[in-house]
Ligand binder design. Structure first.
Ligand code: 5GP
Ligand code: MN
Length: 335
């Protein structure tokens, strides 16, 4: 097998990873028909890794159904074969296995009907747990897409330009443009491999970062007008009314929290969005040592050390106090 764990110096950890890859490939080789899905409100990694997984299965001569509970955000709709992801709230088999990409439970897909299937759980979140029938968790991977890439290499598949485009998008978006802590030397090696395989970094960056909907900037304006700073913390929010007034879609919320964490001296930030049913969606970000995944997990969510999320009960001021009560102790003490 090729070097599929370049980021792991520890041979025992690398062997465990290789074992998971082999076990998954065995199931893929034996089966005929697979379901591939990721989490609801898909981001670049969810979409890109789902598409690349579908392409890998197709190359292996398998049938793959790609399903998402929510529609694909406009910036990712130009990805190769993006149309092959069907939007549905229920799935129907039979499937030899359901491949769940970066989901911490069946619920995280928001898809119904998954219960009967053999689940292959592939996750790179810090909060990832072996809850599936077959589990491959690599908390060091920059994206779920990186794991699909390693699976494809181990399968001896050809990384087509279409696959490389999807995979590069997962790495670019999940590392925040090579800015987050998950970015290591092997991430650049991976990006290089993908560009050599046909991903166009300029075009992908244009699609992801320079194709913003007007509604998103209007919503950002509403959020920034609520920006509040308290020492090493900053937070901002939008109400359901703000969403309506700016004609914003859910996907327009992606990245707003980054403006708050970008402030000099701020170590942790939260973005709160009021959902129509008055629950509150939270996006958390941090710089350095503050572990927002641990906070999100305590509140029923999850994610990575520097980027996590959860959903809280409303109303908005209550959710704000709740998250601040968790964030304040995390940034106190000597800096
Ligand atoms: P975002 O703030 O961009 O929605 O999410 C940041 C990170 O946290 C992503 O990796 C996302 O998958 C994860 N995340 C967000 N919300 C949840 C949640 O409710 N549960 C879990 N397990 N992870 C979440
Ligand atoms: Mn991811």
């Amino acid at each position: 097998m090729g070097d599929t764990t370049p980021h792991l110096a520890d041979p025992a950890a690398a062997a465990l990873q290789e074992g998971s890859i082999e076990a998954i490939l065995k199931v893929l080789r034996q089966g005929e028909r697979f379901l591939v899905c990721s989490h609801s409100r898909p981001d670049g990694d969810a979409v890109g890794s789902t598409l690349a997984m579908g392409m890998l299965l197709e190359q292996m001569g398998k049938r793959a159904d790609l399903v998402a509970a929510d529609r694909i955000p406009a910036v990712y709709r130009g990805l190769p074969q993006a149309d092959s992801i069907r939007t549905a709230l229920r799935v129907h088999g039979p499937y030899d296995a359901a491949i769940l990409l970066e989901c911490d439970s069946l619920d995280r897909t928001r898809l119904r009907g998954l219960e009967p299937f053999f689940v292959i759980n592939i996750d790179h979140h810090a909060t990832g747990q072996p809850w599936g029938n077959l589990n491959w968790i690599d908390r060091e991977a920059a994206s779920a897409g990186e794991m699909v890439y390693r699976l494809a290499l181990a399968a001896g598949a050809t990384i087509t330009p279409e696959m490389a485009t999807c995979l590069y998008t997962t790495v670019l978006t999940d590392t925040g443009g090579f800015c987050y802590g998950s970015t290591r030397a092997s991430t650049f090696a991976l990006a290089r491999d993908l560009v050599e395989a046909g991903a166009d970094p300029l075009r992908i960056a244009q699609e992801v970062y320079f194709s913003t909907a007007t509604s998103k900037l209007l919503l950002l304006g509403a959020a920034l007008s609520n920006l509040t700073r308290e020492g090493r913390l900053a937070w901002l929010w939008v109400t359901h009314q703000d969403m309506m007034r700016t004609c914003a879609a859910e996907e327009d919320c992606e990245g707003i929290v980054n403006y708050a964490v970008s402030i000099a001296g701020v170590e942790a930030a939260a973005f709160l969005r009021e959902l129509p049913e008055s629950r509150i969606r939270l996006s958390l970000r941090s710089k350095g040592r503050v572990n927002v995944a641990a906070i999100a997990e305590r509140l029923g969510g999850g994610g990575h050390e520097n980027a996590a999320g959860c959903t809280l009960d409303g109303p908005l001021p209550r959710a704000m106090e709740e998250i601040l009560a968790h964030l304040r102790p995390s940034v106190s003490g000597p800096g």
